[in-house]
Write a protein that binds this ligand. Sequence first.
Ligand code: ARG
Length: 264
Amino acid sequence: MKHFLMCEPTFFEVCYVINPWMEGNMGKVNEALAKQQWENLYDIVAGLASVSLIEPAAGLPDMVFTANAGLVQKREFIVSSFLHAERQPEAKFFEKFFSSHGYRVRHLRKETIFEGAGDALFDSQGRLWFGSGIRSEPQALDEIVNAFDVEACGLELVDPHWYHLDTAFCPLPEGRAIAYEKAFARTSVEALNHAFGENIIWVSEPDARNFACNAISIGQRVIMHRASAELKAALKQRGFEVIEADVSEFIKAGGACKCLTLEI
Ligand code: ARG
């Protein structure tokens, strides 16, 4: 059974702008609705997997996006070191959680920017896909490969709307994946096509803008904010069922379903 870490949106709001989705959304989050949407997502995930919770910290509104805590492999955890000052204090809370839950906590070099599972995703073959160009730095990948001894492939993100790899790419079981082409440099699109071939579904721009690639994959279920009829059909044809979970309030901060979880 999969196991996820989530963080209640007690202190969630948009009070700074560190990605294009946050622009114009300062003070615009409906807190009651955010709480309701988060609880609905929690119920869906908890119905299919087990979920642990980390205590939210006041003054850290983006801590709800646990995907950015770090990268987990077995009982080891590489803690993130965030690009923006606004999110940097989250790291010590995540570090404390993982060390007190029996994980070996590892650090990259102090100056290396790394935003965790937002930019580092394992596919169903155990290969690590790593996104850099906007948040995490390419040298983080070298350090991760040294620490975890994994086969890895770096991808270059080119559009600030798709600032984390998990906003534009989601590996699925059986060697499949969904992705949004315009988020990536041409060579990265080629690398994905080469690796996944027929097994990658390239989503449309409207689906990408609805954060369809920011999906939680649990068995044959794919949980996402919203999917077009075409995307649902394409996934159904390959044996997957889409579960929609409206997270509109979190999209105001530039994150959706997958960002709100970290597989541990
Ligand atoms: N406001 C947050 C940020 O810009 C959103 C993070 C979303 N997380 C993710 N894994 N894509 O950092």
